[in-house]
Design a protein around this ligand. Structure first.
Ligand code: ZN
Length: 104
């Protein structure tokens, strides 16, 4: 069972080096994957949240950074805790109730 919050979509990101909107990317949304474990107490389903991410598809046409450099710079960004909370809230509004273990 997989909950899909949003469809993947094409987007344009700001270049982490020069700040111009020049980076073509695909947004891969966060998903929940269910994993059921069985024990003497019965079966229990846990949900694992995958991290939403961007697949970078181009470098920067403004400052000339390559796709690889942009990817690396974006990956090194800090995790956005607020965003994770918002994702959970969105799920709860859709009627989701369960235990979420975030695996990063
Ligand atoms: Zn740039």
């Amino acid at each position: 069972m997989t909950y899909e919050l949003r469809k993947p979509e094409q987007t344009v990101l700001e270049c982490p080096f020069c700040g111009q909107k020049t980076i073509n990317a695909t947004f891969i949304p966060s998903m929940l994957q269910a994993a059921t474990s069985r024990s003497a107490a019965g079966s229990k389903t846990k949900f694992y949240q995958t991290k939403e991410k961007y697949e970078i598809q181009s470098g920067c046409s403004n400052c000339g950074k390559s796709q690889k450099e942009v990817e690396r710079a974006l990956k090194e960004g800090k995790p956005d805790v607020d965003k994770e909370k918002k994702i959970l809230k969105r799920l709860q509004e859709q009627g989701f109730s369960g235990e979420i273990t975030t695996k990063f």
